[in-house]
Design a binder for this molecule. Structure first.
Ligand code: 13P
Length: 260
């Protein structure tokens, strides 16, 4: 059974003090903790410590980071490492987001190194992949997803793969208000699971969670989660408001009361 995962990617939003106020309110508004839904917030690095403090040690909301470097320490100005994130209480780390790929020139070989480093330090990587509008329009979505997965995951053992979550985030849907339809997302998720099965095994692919991201809102989350191919969501804009994030979390609990 795959537990649904709802992740709020705050991107470069909220100062540490804004984050504290936000998480205090969010804590009061979330549904009762559920064994079928995991909730994660991924604030900027600068707010991790204060968010962790507000959440407290036994919070049902887990902490994630938005990026990291693959080395453990050293002369890498401006970077943070897996042990640093782990020390701050992070359980997840988002890697290979399309904004990192396009704005910061991240490529699959460095994403692969980051995934390896995250797993070494017991952080759970969320690997983001997705096609551009031009790639979708010229019919190469499946090819692009396959290539991104193969390049980022080559050489991993089946056991390592089970620690990885994949997030399908079509670039044309990110921040545009134009989500993929449930059918489009399901088709992409099927492709992803097929590639995971051929990279590892069908049994491993079956254990791995595949999230959808791109203009997820309280309005479309229910439809997305009607498919058991969609194991949760990676949320940008809608996670920055207590109301919408709490509504999405509640919809996820309602959609999967007993898991899939
Ligand atoms: P939006 O939900 O704002 O489209 O962002 C999606 C995203 O990039 C999450 O990582």
């Amino acid at each position: 059974m795959r537990t649904v995962l709802i992740v709020g990617n705050w991107k470069m939003n909220k100062t540490a003090s804004e984050a504290v106020a936000f998480v205090r309110e969010l804590k009061d508004r979330l549904p009762a903790p559920s064994s079928t839904v995991e909730l994660v917030v991924a604030p900027p690095f600068t707010a991790l410590e204060s968010v962790r403090t507000v959440l407290g040690p036994s919070s049902p909301i887990q902490l994630g980071a938005q990026n990291m470097f693959w080395e453990e320490s050293g002369a890498y100005t401006g970077e943070v490492s897996a042990p640093m994130l782990k020390d701050l209480g992070c359980r997840y780390v988002i890697l290979g987001h399309s904004e990192r790929r396009t704005l910061f020139a991240e490529q699959s070989n460095s994403i692969q190194k980051k995934i390896r480093a995250a797993l070494r330090h017991e952080l759970r990587p969320i690997l983001c992949i997705g096609e551009s509008l031009a790639q979708r329009d010229n019919g190469s979505t499946d090819e692009v997803l396959t290539q991104q997965l193969r390049e980022s995951l080559s050489g991993f053992t089946g056991e390592a793969m089970t620690g990885i979550t994949v997030a399908y985030e079509p670039i044309w849907a990110i921040g545009t208000g134009k989500s993929a339809t449930t059918e489009q997302a399901v088709a992409a998720h099927r492709t992803i699971r097929r590639v995971l099965a051929s990279t590892a095994s069908p049994a491993i692919a079956d254990c791995m969670r595949i999230l959808y991201g791109g203009s997820v809102t309280p309005q479309n989350i229910e439809s997305l989660l009607t498919s058991d191919q969609i194991d949760g969501a990676l949320i940008g804009g809608a996670c920055l408001h207590v109301d919408s994030f709490a509504t999405i979390a509640k919809a996820a609990s309602a959609a999967r009361p007993i898991g899939v």
